[in-house]
Write a protein that binds this ligand. Structure first.
Ligand code: BES
Ligand code: MN
Ligand code: ZN
Length: 496
């Protein structure tokens, strides 16, 4: 998709999109179109249920008096409330509305009608919205006919001050690239994307100035990441841990650490999952995708922050070499774990990463992301990620970052009473605490690997990494959830 900015001019375009505010408040461009068409815009509105609400559209085909194929009235809602997210959604929804319309070129005219954003920022966010909305994972569709593909190939954002808008869009395009990278990784099937190949994707970030270190099994063995290695034991694929360092901040400033679960396929291991829906477990690396995408975004826009991304890449398979229920494994922290259920593998990967990143980098805060439990989907559905934290300031920072980018989080409790469920008869802890409060006991397990005084948050994103319902800027499939959230957290809390 080609996205360009243009100062207002007579648009030569297949489809012109103009904004209409709530209760049919016409933008100047909509007003002008009404004049040029002899009142066709007003008549069309009067003939329909269109009122200018967000995600409402009204199309006028081949309107008399205008030299365009289609005029689209796109509801914006109340202009006074049109923040960055609203403009992203406005443009993203307009793109989706037109994607298969037959139009090849679309022009979106951005006018804020007295809203809170400078027009150039609104336009930059509109372009960002289109960039996020036009995502499509079609590399394995070889027989698709042209009329099954989107018709739109070119989007132009028309705005007074196109140059300023283009400049404001530059960092946003880097964030979009991070989201796209994460979505691609989540969508790739597990025969293509496994620990080694996922590590190779991480390595491409060195082109952005990210320092990438790939640790193989011999190295992980030498370090002592045994709980992580135990998960990968049953797989023919070797495990990997990748550390990505972006040091854009002051030399003496401790980094923030982003930790991701990268189970490239989760069969459950010997505690094997039922067949139905098991194909979903290709996206059990969604936490790592969020971290990798965030590192792409942060480095792309040259954030003035020190950020360590670390991902644990393993495949959880049953075989004669797989770990067994009842095995006792010594983690890097020295704590021993009785593996009651080999399907509770994510926490075994994360716990060694948490220890390693604290020992090696003394981070000033840690955020881990994982598609960790089915129980979080039972609790929160697909509208909020689960947030667990030992630090209120970090939790609040994450919640407000999530709100502003539309990646919502809901805080869940931690507490000693939940921790008791992890008591083992043979080792320091079990890896599962039973069915009740399953997401919380999983978080308690992780908390045992966080040193006192280190602000830490755990995001259980099992319900968020994949979507079966399209949103204005998030098509169905891999969502890239977490990239924008982490980028915003870094921008709000760890930069400057
Ligand atoms: N990867 C799964 C969690 C998951 C389930 C993610 C559904 C996305 C959709 C995780 O490794 C897992 O299997 N968790 C178990 C834990 C249980 C054995 C304590 C679960 O949730 O059932
Ligand atoms: Mn599992
Ligand atoms: Zn898993």
């Amino acid at each position: 998709m080609k996205i360009a900015f243009l100062d207002p001019a007579d648009a030569s375009t297949d489809a012109l999109v103009v904004a209409v505010g709530a209760e049919n408040a016409l933008s100047p461009a909509a007003e002008a179109a009404d004049k040029a068409t002899g009142g066709a815009v007003s008549r069309a509105i009067a003939a329909s249920r269109f009122t200018g609400k967000p995600r409402q559209f009204l199309d006028l085909l081949a309107p008399n008096g205008l030299s365009i194929g289609r005029l689209v009235l796109a509801g914006l809602g109340k202009p006074a409330e049109a923040n960055a997210k609203a403009w992203q959604d406005w443009a993203g929804a307009a793109y989706s509305h037109l994607a298969s319309s037959g139009a090849a070129s679309v022009t979106l005219q951005v006018e804020t009608m007295g809203g809170p954003l400078p027009e150039s920022d609104a336009a930059a966010n509109a372009a960002f919205g289109v960039g996020l909305a036009c995502y499509r994972f079609d590399r394995y569709r070889t027989t698709e006919k042209p009329d099954q593909k989107p018709s739109v190939t070119e989007a132009t954002i028309m705005v007074a001050g196109a140059k300023a808008a283009e400049e404001a869009h530059t960092p946003l395009a880097e964030i979009a690239a991070g989201v796209t990278l994460a979505r691609n990784l989540v969508c790739e099937p597990a025969n293509v994307l496994y620990p080694e190949t996922l590590a190779e994707h991480c390595a491409t970030l060195s082109a952005q100035g990210v320092d990438v270190e790939i640790m193989d099994e011999a190295r992980l063995e030498a370090i002592g990441m045994r709980t992580l290695l135990a998960v990968g034991m049953g797989s023919a694929r070797d495990s990997r841990v990748v550390v990505m360092r972006w040091m854009g901040g002051p030399d003496d400033q401790a980094p923030v650490a982003l930790v991701g679960k990268g189970v490239t396929f989760d069969t459950g291991g010997i505690s094997i999952k039922p067949a139905g829906g098991m194909e979903d477990m290709k996206w059990d690396m969604g936490g790592s995708a969020a971290v990798i995408g965030a590192m792409r975004a942060i480095s792309g826009r040259k954030a003035k922050a020190n950020v360590i991304g670390i991902v644990g890449l393993v495949e959880n398979m049953p075989s004669d070499r797989a770990q067994r229920p009842g095995d006792v494994v010594t983690s890097l922290s020295g704590q021993t774990v009785e593996v009651i259920n080999t399907d509770a593998e994510g926490r075994l990967v994360l716990c060694d990463l948490l220890t390693y990143v604290q020992q090696t980098y003394k981070p000033k805060a840690i955020v881990d992301l994982a598609t960790l439990t089915g129980a979080i989907i039972v609790g929160l559905g697909h509208h909020n990620g689960g947030l667990f934290a030992n630090d209120d300031a970090l939790a609040d920072g994450l919640t407000s970052a999530g709100k502003s980018v539309g990646e919502h989080l809901w805080r869940m409790p931690l507490g000693e009473e939940y921790d008791k469920a992890l008591k083992s008869h043979i080792a320091d802890m079990k890896n599962v605490g039973g069915r009740d409060g399953g997401s919380i006991t999983a978080a308690q397990f992780l908390k045992r690997f966080v040193e006192d005084g280190t602000p830490w948050a755990h995001l259980d994103i099992a319900g968020m990494a994949w979507s079966s319902e399209a949103k204005p800027t998030v098509p169905k499939g891999g969502t890239g959830y977490g990239v924008r959230l982490l980028d915003q957290l870094v921008a709000d809390q760890f930069e400057g």
